[in-house]
Structure formats: C-alpha cells, structure tokens
Design a protein around this ligand. Structure first.
Ligand code: GLN
Length: 514
C-alpha cells in the first residue's frame, strides 16, 4: 500500500519506538529502519521525511554508528535527535566532543520560535536531555535555533536544505512541547497530509486480506488476548465463513481463562465463526519437562503451538493461510526491525520454527503499536472490555514461572494470580494500573506454619504503569492491599509460603519475568 511515510533511522537509542509512535499520533505512518539500511533502499521507500534517533555511541569515536553524508543530499527533509543531531553536525563539518557539563533530565531550553520546527512553541520550554557529548560548533551553513545555560547548541537548522537537529528528546513526554515539535516537522517541514487514520487502516486491511485470501481457507491462532482477538474479528469481517479460529489451551492460561475465551468466541458468543478449542495441556507440559532456560521455553511453546495448528488445519483440510496477532513491537523486539538488541523472541515472530506447513502467514496487525491495535479493535466494534483487557503473553504462564514448568506450579501461580486480580479489583485499582500479575519464582525458602517447618515457594507480585509497554514504572499499590493479597495467597495457595513485591521498572527489568 502506498501511503505517505516518515522513516526513523535507528542508531540504537532507547526511545526509538516512541519516536515512531509520536509521529503516528500525528496521523502520519512511520517505520523504523536500521542505520545500516542502504541509501538505495531509502530512496525506494521514498519517505516524506527522515528522523535520526539518539544512540549510545559518541559519533567521533572509531566504530561509532555512522551514516553517509549523501543521506543529507537526497532532497528529503532530515531531523536528527540527540545522537542523530550530533552525527549530522559531525558528518557535515561541525564539531562534536565531550561536553564540559553533561545534561540529564528536565532542562529549560530557549528556542527561536521563528523556526518552522518551533512554530507555536513557547520561547522558554522544558525539554528532556540525556547526553554526555555536545555540539561545540554547528556545521557550516547551519544556524543555531536553541540553547540552554550549559549547551550553546541545543538545536540547529539549515532551512533551505530542510535539515534540522535537536539535542534534546522531543519524543518523551517530559519534553512538554515535544509532540508539537514533531508535528511541526512532519507537517510544516515535510508537508505531510496526515493520512494514517485507523478507520482507513481497518478498511484497507480488510480489502487487502480479501484479495490475498481469495477463496482460500484461513486458520486463526486465537489466544484470547487483545492482539489475536482483534486479528480474528478482522479476518472474520474479511473472509467470513472461510475462517476457522483455533484456540489452543496449552495449560498455561490464567485461571478460568479457557472458558472465558470460549464464551466470547465460541458458539454462544456474539461472533459467528468456526471455533475449535484444543485442550493440549498434557502435551505442552511433556515438552516443557526439565526445561529451565527462558528462550528455550519460548521456542518450545511457539513451535508446539504451530504443530497443533498444523494438525487442526489438516483435519479441516486445504488450509492455505495462518493468521497471527503479531504487532510492531514484537517485530522490533525480535530484532527484525531496527537496531535494538534481541530482548526476547516473541513466539509470534522469532520463535517460529523454520518449517511451517502453511502457504502463507497473515499478520494483519504487524505494523501497529499496542494502542493502535486497541483503536482498531474499537473500530471493528469489539466491546471495550475485551479491547482493554490485561495483556497476556503468548507463552502464557510458561514465562511467569521462573525455571521448569510443571502442572503443580501452574496451579500455584494461577491461584495466586486470581487472588491478586480479585483484590486489585476489589480495591478499585484495576483501571488505574497498567499491568499486574503474579509470577512464581523458583526460590523455595524456609517458613513456619502451625509450628511446623515448611520449605515452600515464593510468589512474586508485579504491577507496573505503562502506556506503550516499552518503558514501565512500578505502580505504587497501597500497603494494606498488598498485605491482604499476601495474606490470602499464603493461606489459600498450597505450597506457597512467601510473597515478594517487584519494585523494578523497565528498563532495566522487562515487564514479564522471562
Ligand atoms: N551518546 C551521545 C551522548 O552521550 C548521544 C546520547 C543520546 O542520543 N541520547 O551525547
């Protein structure tokens, strides 16, 4: 589909996905590419503008992530952010070196509001800085359009050539007018029209699915989570009767979840689709026996999923297409998008076995961020309650049980998690906390119950607030709620004698445990 596009060139910074999301929030489609992408390829993509991200390197050091100076001569507007700005200056003949004073956090920046980049921005505005290096001297041809008390060159422009650089990070919300600046770039500088709208996306995707599928039969891997539910409803709108949804109960679901999914998508639910529930608990537990390493567990679960689907597909006969609810952060986190390291291989993407017995895999949500998936879901008429469900990873409790998975451990974590969710809801906190769940550590410790020594497991509670699941802060649950949860867990869940609360954000931790 040829829609207007801004591309983000990734130099390994932390906030790169945020840059893309912010641009999309301005109704302009945006994708992330590695800094190693060939210029030829970029020309082919023909973006309306290019944004260079921040990054951990110092651009003047040997081996630092670099770019060709022809990037700035293609006639396409470029905006460099932090490292991207430093690199632009370095490549075009300015001078970048270690800053005498490094800036970190909220800093007041004085901007020249006559620049197109800063149109409608206050002359003194709070921005988020995070740098050790600085631009000591702008490259020839550039004018300085912002400074702080410690940073003489906080933004530069070469208006005629449509080149811009800013030292701070407009993509993080701490930069109060950051979204306005990005919007100025895409509209005032790049001249975008803003055609990235969810209703259009949904309609176009449905049409293109119809074209791809033709008269073929489609099988949708339904987990009951938001992503695959939205994918399933989309497919059902596109190809109706040709779709069968297969829901694999792998025995790693939350308590009662299998039945809840069946209620929504099964024969008594609001959707008219072929629904098959496969109870494959034993089979997954067998495969996972003795396996402790998280990546290996993910791969096994991912592979087994596909095998079950293949078997179901054979029963149906002549199924050409498999649908998965892969979303954009899965693609990027699996190391297939930008420059970021592989954090986890999502079972939808990196965990796919080499051989998959379907003609084609359809991933209609592959381009979307989580909040966009939700908007698409609402657009499709899926009830609010389902669209805003607690996120649940594909490998399920398999990665909320640290170490080996057994049926017994699944029982412990299911019960603990159900108690936790119940109490959070009872305290009226379920809408305000982004994500919360219980995990089972592989730590056993000594306790005392009824005067007898016990040697039982420790459950870890986690709760974070997050908008985009790329970064997260620990949610501050009141002590009395935590106390009640802990009390009930040790009393009601057999073989658990200790409850811990995780107070780590992301980064450095991830939201899930493995
Ligand atoms: N590594 C560069 C510096 O320290 C850029 C940092 C960044 O992009 N956030 O200045």
């Amino acid at each position: 589909m040829s829609r207007e596009k801004i591309i983000v060139i990734d130099f390994g910074g932390q906030y790169n996905q945020l840059v893309a999301r912010r641009v999309r929030e301005c109704n302009v489609y945006c994708e992330i590419y590695s800094y190693k992408t060939e210029l030829e390829k970029i020309r082919e993509i023909n973006p309306k503008g290019i944004i260079l991200t921040g990054g951990p390197n110092s651009c003047y050091e040997e081996g630092a992530a670099a770019c060709d100076c022809s990037l700035f001569e293609m006639g396409i507007p470029v905006l460099g952010l932090c490292y991207g700005a430093q690199l632009m200056m370095h490549v075009l003949g300015g001078h970048v070196c270690k800053a005498p004073v490094r800036e970190y956090g909220r800093i007041e920046v004085a901007v020249d509001s006559s620049s197109p980049l800063f149109g409608n921005v206050e002359e003194n505005t709070i921005c988020w800085m995070s740098h050790n290096d600085y631009i000591e001297q702008a490259a020839p041809g550039f004018e300085i359009i912002a400074h702080t008390s410690d940073c003489p060159v906080a933004a530069v422009q070469w208006k005629e050539r449509q080149l811009y650089g800013i030292q701070f990070h407009p993509e993080v919300l701490h930069t109060i007018e950051g979204t306005k600046m990005l919007s100025n770039f895409v509209y005032q500088v790049c001249g975008c029209a803003g055609d990235w709208k969810m209703d259009a996306f949904v309609e176009n995707t449905i049409n293109s699915i119809r074209k791809t599928v033709g008269n073929g039969k489609v099988l949708c891997a339904l987990s009951g989570g938001v992503d695959s539910s939205v994918a399933a409803v989309m497919l059902s709108k596109a190809v109706g009767d040709q779709l069968t949804c297969v829901f694999v109960d792998h025995g790693l679901l939350r308590k009662n979840e299998g039945d809840e999914v069946e209620e929504v998508f099964g024969p008594n639910g609001p959707y008219d689709l072929h629904f098959i529930r496969v109870n494959a608990q034993e089979r997954f537990y067998r495969k996972l026996k003795g396996i402790e390493e998280p990546e290996q567990k993910r791969k096994i679960i991912g592979e087994e999923f596909i095998r079950v689907f293949e078997e179901e597909a054979k029963k149906i006969g002549a199924v050409d297409f498999l649908v998965q609810g892969t979303i954009y952060p899965d693609v990027v986190e699996s190391g297939l998008g930008g420059e970021s390291a592989v954090i986890k291989s999502h079972h939808n993407v990196g965990g796919l076995p080499d051989f998959v017995d379907f003609k084609e895999i359809l991933e209609p949500l592959r381009d979307l961020f989580k909040d966009e998936v939700r908007r698409a879901g609402l657009e499709l008429g899926i009830p609010h309650k389902l669209v805003y469900r607690q996120p649940f990873p594909g490998p399920g409790l398999g990665i909320r049980i640290v170490g080996e998975v057994t049926a017994e451990k699944v029982r412990m974590v299911q019960e603990a998690d159900a108690i936790y969710r119940e109490e959070i809801a009872r305290a009226g906190l379920d809408k305000s906390i982004g994500q919360y769940f219980a995990a089972l550590t592989n730590m056993r410790s000594v306790g005392v119950m009824g005067d007898e020594r016990t040697y039982d497991y420790a459950v870890a509670l986690r709760a974070v607030s997050t908008v985009d699941f790329m970064t997260a802060e620990v949610a501050q649950i009141p002590w009395e709620v935590l106390g009640r949860v802990a009390n009930r867990i040790v009393n009601e869940v057999q073989n658990v004698s200790r409850v811990l609360y995780d107070v780590t954000g992301k980064p450095p931790a991830t939201i899930e445990f493995e």
